[in-house]
Design a protein around this ligand. Structure first.
Ligand code: HXC
Length: 514
């Protein structure tokens, strides 16, 4: 071993860097079913690709006997590496060192790697496992969080930001993941909350476990704060590896194309939609029947399932897909599904990913609950996001496209570049039953047989409006196409839109209905 290598070994041992918080703390970490911070990085990244920086950074705090405490790497490991050959910047908090708590030096390591990621145009991956602000460092740890949030916001739309929650992520700390694009959680390991069980007990007198308050299932099924759920850390890392192949490194690049592949033969596009127009179907089967290799990466699968979002490829190119899900609440738009779709649309637009919209919905969900939950404000987000997006936008109306739902789901009027409709499409202000009851109210009420009159008026309305041809005759639909033509029409539309340019009025920024 050369003198330089011997000296490096000496300093590494002195800093106890490799062992983190020591054997005992690591044993506790392992007993919780968790990998160590270093194991996480090496499992996620390509073999031998990790380059670590700021190994020897130390905190400067002397309060509460902190000057006697050596905190290896100050509880966070930072560096660069590769995932499936794609370069990334990464940090992983080390819970074995003072609970992964965030002091000023710890925060500065994170903000430094964030600055690198932004300058180099690389995705940022943050592995969170921390007790939050380092209590002994007081306002300095709060300052550290503020500097991270500021950079999360600056980086938004410039580089993809991925948060992985592999332990507690408590207090204000959760706002960093909340500002990032994709949040990954693992069953029984991830815990995210603003105020913990003890505070809730003190203030509200209620007992609740950390798991029930903000565990992985809560965050993926109830709140929608997390985008991907895994049963183990290893499964979570596989999900991240897959996501990274669909998205670009930064907003100046396009995602790398893959070799084109046809959909798998078991997904037959002609057989997805049932003959009976009232019968639901799984829009994900339809997506798989048109995309390359039937490979669809669904995002937020377990929340607001009445809308489906995710990435797929068409002829090798990444596309973002938004589709109403007739299996759940007939695919209506509501508060949560509008939020879910709007954020995804903005991600795709920021990173030059064309948008495909698959439409089959009876409209916005009616009801007092929705009105009081702010369906007007939330529902407006999807209108805003589609109207604002300048990436290629292609819409296919499959079946129902009623009322506000027709407009909101990337209609021509919100700037869709191409709108196609299947012959089964029904484009109208509302469903035939509701429409007939309103516009033929008097005829139905005064008829000898009101039911028969209602049926005949429903039939009349259906024949007039519940088809795609009036919309096509008015140019709102560009072509009526068969299911078997859909993939080819989509591929062609995306291919000829590669150099699409659409100018917007000069402004500092718009004011979306946040
Ligand atoms: C300093 C901390 C710490 C913290 C944990 N530790 N959290 N040290 N500051 N915030 C230390 C513990 O003292 C302990 O040190 C070691 O980390 C492991 O912690 P344990 O409690 O033994 O682990 P566990 O039982 O698994 O419990 C984990 C925990 C708990 C649930 C996260 O530690 C906890 O409740 N911590 C405090 C959480 C919190 O309230 N954070 C502040 C939130 S406010 P030793 O030396 O004994 O091994 C906040 C504001 C940010 O973050 C605002 C930004 C806008």
């Amino acid at each position: 071993m050369s003198l330089a290598s011997q000296m490096l070994e000496f300093f590494r041992r002195k800093a106890k860097v490799i062992l983190g918080g020591g054997e005992k703390a690591i044993e506790k970490q392992v007993a919780m079913g968790k990998l160590t911070a270093r194991e996480r990085i090496t499992t996620l990244l390509d073999q031998e690709s990790f380059h670590e920086y700021d190994l020897f950074v130390e905190h400067k705090c002397s309060d509460f006997n902190m000057d006697k405490k050596q905190l290896p790497a100050d509880g966070v490991i930072t560096g660069t590496g590769k995932i499936a050959g794609f370069p990334v910047c990464i940090f992983a908090q080390d819970f074995t060192v003072a609970g992964g708590s965030l002091g000023l030096a710890h925060a500065r390591k994170i903000t430094k790697i964030m600055d690198h990621a932004m300058k180099l145009g690389l995705p940022l991956i943050g592995i969170n496992d921390s007790g939050g602000a380092r209590i002994q460092e007081g306002v300095n740890s709060l300052a550290g969080y503020g500097e991270i949030f500021y950079r999360n916001t600056q980086a938004s739309g410039v580089i993809p930001q991925i948060s992985v929650i592999l332990g507690p992520c408590a207090g204000g700390a959760v706002y960093s993941p909340a500002l990032t694009d994709f949040v990954f959680v693992v069953d029984k390991i991830s815990k995210m909350f603003i105020t913990g069980p003890e505070v809730i007990k003190t203030v509200l007198g209620e007992e609740i476990s950390m798991e029930d308050l903000g565990g992985a299932r809560v965050q993926t099924e109830i709140t929608g704060n997390a985008h991907f759920f895994a049963h183990s850390e290893e499964e979570c890392f596989e999900q991240i590896k897959r996501l990274v192949t669909f998205i670009p490194w930064n907003n100046r690049k396009r995602p790398d194309p893959f070799p084109a592949k046809p959909p798998k033969p078991e997904f037959d596009v002609e057989k997805v939609i049932p003959v009976n127009p009232r019968q639901p179907y799984d829009v994900r089967t339809l997506i798989r029947s048109i995309c390359d290799d039937s490979d669809f990466l669904e995002i937020q699968e377990h929340w607001a399932a009445n809308i489906v979002i995710g990435f797929a490829r068409l002829n090798g190119e990444t596309v973002g897909i938004v589709g109403n899900q007739p299996l759940v609440l007939a695919g209506v738009l509501d508060v949560d599904s509008s939020d879910k779709a709007a954020r995804f649309i903005r991600f795709c637009d920021a990173f030059s990913i064309p948008l495909i919209t698959l439409v089959d919905l009876p409209g916005y969900l009616p009801g007092v609950d929705q009105e009081h939950a702010g369906v007007i404000r939330h529902g407006a987000k999807i209108l805003y996001a589609y109207s604002e997006a300048t990436v290629p936008k292609v819409t296919v109306i499959l079946r129902k496209a009623y009322g506000g739902g027709y407009i909101a789901m990337c209609s021509r009027h919100l700037g869709a570049d191409f709108v196609f409709a299947w012959p089964t499409a029904e484009i109208a202000v509302m469903g035939p039953e509701g429409a007939a009851n309103i516009i033929f109210r008097n005829e139905i009420a005064t008829a000898d047989d009101p039911d028969a009159m209602r049926q005949s008026k429903v039939q009349e309305y259906t024949e007039k409006f519940a088809n795609p041809y009036i919309a096509a005759a008015n140019g709102h639909v560009d072509a009526v196409i068969g299911p078997h033509e859909t993939r080819e029409f989509l591929i062609h539309s995306i291919e000829i839109s590669r150099d699409k340019q659409e100018n917007r009025p000069q402004k500092k920024h718009g004011i979306p209905p946040f």
